[in-house]
Ligand binder design. Structure first.
Ligand code: ATP
Length: 392
């Protein structure tokens, strides 16, 4: 079973959806190339399911259009778009065996019995459920049920597979295994996939390109590397694991860098957009990019160092997750292989290339929510930063 996409690109042109006059999705422009794996990323309420449902035809658009090459498709009903869907809750027929669940769509298309049997067998083999083909969904684990759901979608050789948080009901270990499995299927079958998730790690590890949404609007579209190294604004940085966010002020320039200061800090940072002296900025740095120096150190760039005292140490295998506090009360998250203990005095060095300065914008850091309209608890790696709040 190999899928050859029936299109070379799928174009979303200003796709918008309102509910009772409120924008759930606003002006989404995106071109998906055949064979791409696209992740729609953002926390609860940011509009990712709305985007997926507009694409699937389950929700009519209130603005914009969707094109498959030269053919407009947003006016077609879901069944005429030829897309496969995989949902979080599997949506399997409980009274039918694994084999019957997978064969069902082919039978509905009235394909010859022999073809149905052959394609079903192949799909069962692809998702490695040969031993379970005669069981009912209720006799399977969550991961196995999700494999059935995936097989049921891909057996129809869809031109596009849409997945809405397909792994969110699985435990952490299984999620990791299924990530690899979905990516393997995507590649080996030559699928085009649009995958919705609120988990940045999942999106970064699986997708060719990510679309980050916030309050229904696109914040950034880019490769995992683009998003990881160059988030477009501090909201994206916050969501992509830059756990240290601090509001500072630009006090000058230093070549391509800016000098930012306040709260007892004075640092050289990389401006993400042109900045001028006096501008309010949010600087962002990942915990692993704050390098711990214990004892007296010969560091050549004192403007990019911070003195602090260790407060909390969490054991995380080879590394420690450490929370430190500066004399002025700024708390920072550090990830280090150094064996630190509470009370230790440390100096943190930061390479200005890793310290990004963003214009603060209209929304102050204090009291910020997550990227979406509704705050939700996030994974520990992207937990709200203890930032910008000064002494408490
Ligand atoms: P989640 O991860 O929780 O599914 P999401 O990012 O997929 O969130 P959407 O479900 O697309 O978010 O919702 C976007 C916004 O639209 C939210 O503010 C939501 O409350 C609103 N919304 C979604 N569906 C409806 C509806 N049927 N009626 C009214 N408002 C809706």
């Amino acid at each position: 079973m190999t899928q050859t996409s029936t299109f070379s690109e799928l174009r979303l042109d200003g796709v918008s959806r309102q509910f009772a006059g409120t924008d759930a999705l606003k002006d989404l422009d995106l071109t998906i190339r055949a064979g791409e794996f696209i992740a729609l990323l953002g926390p609860s309420g940011c509009g990712k399911s709305t985007a997926l449902n507009c694409l699937a035809g389950l929700l009519p658009l209130t603005g914009g259009s969707i094109w498959q090459d030269e053919k407009r498709i947003d006016t077609l009903p879901p069944e005429r778009r030829g897309f496969g869907m995989v949902f979080q809750n599997y949506a399997l027929f409980p009274h039918m065996t694994v084999r019957s669940n997978i064969a069902f769509g082919l039978q509905m298309r009235r394909l010859p019995k022999q073809e149905v049997a052959q394609r079903t067998d192949e799909a069962i083999r692809l998702v490695q459920l040969e031993e379970h083909a005669g069981k009912l969904p209720g006799q399977l684990s969550g991961g196995q049920q999700q494999r059935v759901a995936i097989a049921r979608a891909v057996v129809l050789e869809p031109s596009l597979v849409l997945m809405d948080e397909p792994l969110s009901n699985l435990d952490a270990k299984l999620r990791l295994e299924m990530r690899t499995e979905i990516r393997r299927l995507h590649q080996s079958l030559g699928l085009t996939t649009v995958y919705v998730t609120h988990d940045q790690e999942e999106a970064l590890s699986m997708a060719d390109r990510l679309v980050v949404l916030r309050k229904g609007k696109v914040q950034q579209i880019g490769t995992p590397e683009d998003l990881h190294t160059r988030p477009a604004n501090w909201h994206v940085a916050d969501f992509m694991g830059f756990r240290n966010l601090v509001e500072l002020t630009v006090s000058g320039a230093d070549g391509d860098l800016v000098v930012v200061e306040d709260k007892g800090l004075k640092l050289a940072a990389t401006p993400v957009e042109p900045l001028s002296t006096g501008d309010a900025v949010v600087v962002a740095v990942r915990p692993e990019d704050l390098v711990v120096r214990t004892g007296a150190g010969g560091h050549s760039s004192p403007s990019s160092s911070v003195d602090a005292v260790v407060e909390v140490v969490e054991y995380q295998g080879r590394e420690l997750a450490v929370e430190v506090r500066t004399r002025e009360g700024q708390r920072l998250h550090v990830r280090t292989g150094e064996r630190l203990a509470p009370g230790d005095a440390v100096t943190l060095d930061v390479d200005p290339v890793r310290l990004l300065a963003f214009p603060r914008g209209d929304e102050p850091l204090a009291g910020r929510a997550t990227l979406g309209a509704d705050a939700e608890p996030r994974d520990k790696d992207v937990a709200p930063a203890l930032s910008g709040s000064g002494p408490s």
